[in-house]
Design a binder for this molecule. Sequence first.
Ligand code: CO
Length: 207
Amino acid sequence: MNLEKIFEHNEDWINKRLNQDKEYFDKLSSGQNPEVLYIGCSDSRVTAEELLGAEPGEVFVHRNIANMVIGLDLNTTSVLDYAVEHLKVKHIIVCGHYNCGGIKSAMIPKDLGIMNPWLRNIRDVYRLHSEELNAIENEGMRYNRLVELNVQEQCVNAVKNPFVQKAMQNGLQVHGWVFDLFTGKLIDLKLDFDSILKNIKEIYDID
Ligand code: CO
């Protein structure tokens, strides 16, 4: 990648935006009011804005390895709290993707050093759903299913957050999606939170 090209591209982009709207940067700099928080994987192939067809200002974005929502991770938790409490987003989208290297690493018994505690959270998802996963003979299909179940569990983790719980009572929605790298399709897992959340409410409710 030619880094100088990035600055040329930047100049072209500024001109293009100003040609369309002379006040574009005045508006952009005046503040943000995104309705969506997107939590996705850091994978370079799974972009946030391009995937969603979103413009600057429309999506608050957080990305990490394997789109995890870990309560003790101050980064993710700060993003979640800020998006819900201050930006008052209406939707939280946790988006995983097939062929996710983070998910694959967690399926292989290997010491990955500093990444071990991070990946262990994915192994926990496997343990929670090991009966279903072990019944899938085809390794590729098992791997894809873990991607989906991981999205589900990260949505559940988001819902454990007290701010998210309160906002959900006022209409905030949590969505679990998967991006299929093989076809380009964005898939809504249509997670049935009523049944998934039944014992979450029982156990994690804060009031
Ligand atoms: Co990934």
